[in-house]
Structure formats: C-alpha cells, structure tokens
Ligand binder design. Structure first.
Ligand code: BGP
Length: 489
C-alpha cells in the first residue's frame, strides 16, 4: 500500500541501465576489436547460447548489431531524458578503446564515441554511471592470455581504466568495476566474467556435457577472480587519485537465499550459499580482505589461488565507496535432494511455493529486495545502489498500436515500494537503475524477445526489424514516478 509519509530522499538517483555489448552493435566499426561477447551465438529459453572460436557466416551473434545504439544514441538518450533520468548506467566496451587489449595506445575513434555519448548525457543533466567491464573483454586476451587467469591482464585492465578515467574525468563521476563479479564464484561465470574459453561450440554456461570441475579448474577460476580483486582495488585507488570526487562501486548479482524449511540443515545450507555467492566478493571489495568462511571451502576442495606478496595490501587500500547490485529474484536452499529445482538468473535455486515466477522462470520477490537491502546495509554500512532490476517479458504491439506492459508496471511498482520500506528501515539507498530501460539483447539467452524496456525497439530474434523506437505504457508511468520522486508509486 502507498504511504505518503514515506518518501525517497532528495536527490535520489532515478535512472536505468544497459551494457555496451547488449545495445551498441557496430561490433567491428571504427577500429573496435572483437570482444568475447562477439563470439557468442543467439540462443533461446530452451537452447543455450554457444561460444564459437571463429565467427561463422551462418550463425547469429546478437552483439554484432544489437539495437545499434552506436548510431542511435542521440535518439535513445533523448528518450531517457524525456523520462527525467538523473543517472544512466552504461558500460564502456574495452575492445572499442583497446581493440586487442594489450596495446599501449588507445583507439581514438573509440574514445570519441563515448565522449559524444557523455556529452549528450550532460546536455540533459544526466549523470553517467559507467561499468568498466560488463560481461566482455577483448577476445585477443581470452584467446592468447587465458583471460583473467593470467596475471598480466591486471596491468592491461588498469591501463585501460586509467585511460578512460583520465579521458572522461570531467564527464563521469560514478564508476563500477566488474559487472556481477560474483558470477565467477561458479563456473557459469567462466566465459562472460573470466574470459576463460571453453571448447569450440560449447554452450555458454557449461550446462551440458561435463558438469563437475577438477580442483585445478576451480583453482584457475578463483585465481582469475583474485586477479579481478587486485585489478578492481587498483582501479578504485587510481580513480580517487585522478579525481578525488570519483565514487567507485562494486557490482554483484545478489539474491536472497531463504532456507526452504526451518530444518537447521536448510538454514545452514542457506547461510553457506549466502556466504559464498553474496558475501565473499562483497567482503573483499568493501572490507578489503578475504572472509574467514572461504578458507574451509578452498581447503576442502583443494583450491589453490595464485597470490603474490603485496596483493593483500592492494586489496585493503582499494575498497569501494558504495555497494551496487542487480536484483531479479530470490531462491531457496535445502539439503533435501528431492525438492524440485527451479531455473534462476545463472544461479540455480529451489522453487519457492509462496512466490510466482516469470515467463523465463525467474522467481518474483519484491519483499526479497527489502530483505537484501537490509542485510547488505547491516553488513557494510555504505551507500547502496540497485543498478539492475526488472521483468523480462515478450511484449507485443496491441491492435491499437500501443504496448500495454501493465505486468512490468506492477513488477516495478512492487519493487519500488519495497525500496521505500528499506529506506524507511534506515538503509542508505541512493539510486535505482532498472535494467534494460530500452529493449536490448538478453545476456543469458541472446534473445530480443525477452524485453525489459520502457522503450520498445523493433528488432526481432531472427535479426529482422526497422530498429524504430516506441514508448511502452511503462514509459509514462516511470516518467511520473521520477517526476514525483517515487510518490506516485
Ligand atoms: C544480469 C546482467 C545483465 C542482464 C540481466 C538480465 O545478469 O548483468 O547483463 O542481461 O542480468 O538478464 P537476461 O538478459 O539474461 O534476461
């Protein structure tokens, strides 16, 4: 229920979020090099996306054209500005700035593109919130260096970050290091987060074929994550040096994990999963050290992480200014093998009998957002931003020509109300950027059909479409929400 006594704080950062490889297209234009995302085919809900070593002419790679934001950015930013966006979360494609990743000199045309994008944001008084690495890195670094498993990649990344932090010093003040970095805690993150290549033709998340991992494979994966901790911390310190006004956040995929029953076994299992999937990366980025509970996990799985002297100090010296996360769903945990498994956002969980699921099988749990916001704030006591949230649905154009996405309005309404409750609880929530504010390519399936936007883009799964933009009903609804600082919701 709406309660007008409660409100969002003055200056609350309302906006929306996108990522380069899911919107830009122009994958090999103006000197851009191929990124790992450009080697991933389209999939569907039931057939997984695949990685291919070569780019095959008969395959569809959705990032190659995406919604062609590269050539439509003025029109798109104007639409977001019309909704009153205060902040726009966008990512820089590393391979547009350093096509191979290991060059000394950046690609001037790549730098110019984002300069123009940020100038456009500024014209409308919109703060950019820039993710430095959103599920992509130059393909050359994956193929020839082994992605983040190679320590040299730390220096390449820091060089790239130093370049853009300096170049956009005047235009950008909010930065995020790695998108959903905790996805690398499981093997689902190997390709998109770690740049660790599977066999040619393998499915993106390693869901088919060999499922179990050897101690050596796990060691490589956790070493890659360690390299990101070191790189991320170096970038935080660098960002503060380049402009003391910079605010840098970590970005995790966060989900509340509930015990399926009050059996202490389930409670312990839920705690174990929360620790590993939410708090491990959060603790390293915010507190600046590996949490105690990971030691037993590493020991029991014979995981050996290659660290170097000095790493601990670097991580300690580069803790983040704010905590950000994506929130789509929650899940349940149980030790009872017979309980049915439900599909999740690259995380498997047990279906919650109290909650509905989306068309794509993601559990819808607005109260879970309030729960999580409180858990995060209690643990870290730093400002928080919810930088992804939303409902992926197959929107249709109605006979009257409109797109009546009432289901999306309902979903977002419920989540915004729970954020307001969390603020009332005392959580320092400073911003909200719902995901895919303009329709874009789905990361997990590569579909266009799974739409999140307030703005519809005429682009279909077979690659057809005029790329025309069209406002959905949620457009006016969100505009009003921002205008009233959430009071209308
Ligand atoms: C997050 C990613 C995004 C985004 C979102 C929605 O995991 O950070 O890139 O895509 O999920 O997921 P999907 O596109 O699979 O619906």
């Amino acid at each position: 229920m709406k309660n007008s006594q409660k409100s969002f704080p003055e200056g609350f950062l309302w906006g929306g979020a996108v990522a380069a490889n899911q919107i830009e297209g122009a994958w090999n234009t103006d000197g851009k090099g191929p990124s790992i995302a450009d080697h991933i085919t389209a999939g569907t809900k039931s057939s997984p996306r695949r990685f291919t070593k070569e780019i095959h002419s008969g395959e569809r790679y959705p990032s190659h054209e995406a919604i062609d934001f590269y050539h439509h950015y003025k029109e798109d930013i104007a639409l977001l500005a019309e909704m009153g966006f205060k902040i726009f979360r966008i990512s820089i494609a590393w391979s547009r700035i350093f096509p191979k990743g290991d060059e000394a000199v950046p690609n001037a045309e790549g730098l110019a593109f984002y300069k123009n994008v940020f100038a456009e944001c500024k014209m409308y008084g919109m703060e950019p919130l820039v993710t430095l690495s959103h599920y992509e890195m130059p393909y050359h670094l994956c193929e020839n260096y082994g992605g983040w498993t190679n320590r040299k990649v730390i220096d390449f990344f820091v060089h790239y970050c130093e370049t853009v932090l300096t170049e956009y010093k005047e235009e950008v003040h909010y930065w995020l290091t790695f998108n959903e970095m905790n996805t690398l805690v499981s093997r689902f993150g190997n390709v998109l987060c770690g740049g660790i290549l599977p066999e040619d033709g393998a499915d993106l998340f390693g869901m088919t074929g060999k499922i179990s991992e050897t101690a050596e494979e796990m060691s490589r994966r956790f070493t890659a994550l360690h390299h990101q901790f070191v790189a991320g911390a170096k970038v935080v310190a660098l960002a503060h040096k380049i402009n003391p006004g910079n605010k840098v956040g970590c970005m995790l995929s966060a989900a509340g994990v509930y015990p399926y029953t009050c059996n202490p076994d389930d409670v312990l299992e839920a705690q174990r999963q929360m620790n590993r999937s939410n708090w491990f990366c959060g603790d390293v980025c915010v507190k600046g050290n590996y949490p105690y509970f990971m030691n037993r996990f590493f020991r029991e799985n014979n995981i050996v992480i290659s660290k170097e002297p000095g790493d601990e100090e670097i991580i300690k010296a580069g803790t983040v200014d704010f905590f950000s996360f994506s929130y789509y769903c929650s899940r349940c945990a149980t030790t009872d093998e017979s309980v049915k498994l439900a599909a999740g956002n690259m995380i498997m969980g047990v279906a919650n009998p109290h909650l509905p699921v989306s068309e794509w099988g993601w559990t819808i749990d607005p109260k879970g957002l309030r729960y999580l916001l409180n858990e995060i704030y209690a643990r870290y006591e730093i400002p928080i931003m919810v930088v992804e949230n939303g409902l992926g649905e197959a929107d249709e154009i109605a006979e009257d020509g409109g797109i009546h996405d009432t289901y999306r309005i309902e979903y977002l309404t419920e989540h915004i109300r729970e954020m307001r409750e969390a603020i009332e609880d005392g959580v320092d929530l400073i911003g909200y950027t719902p995901w895919g504010c303009i329709d874009l390519v789905s990361a997990s399936t590569g579909e266009m059909k799974k739409r999140y936007g307030f703005v519809y883009v005429d682009k279909q799964d077979d690659g057809s479409g005029s790329l025309t933009r069209k406002k959905k009903d949620s457009f006016a609804w969100y505009k009003r929400c921002i205008e009233t600082n959430g009071e209308s919701v």
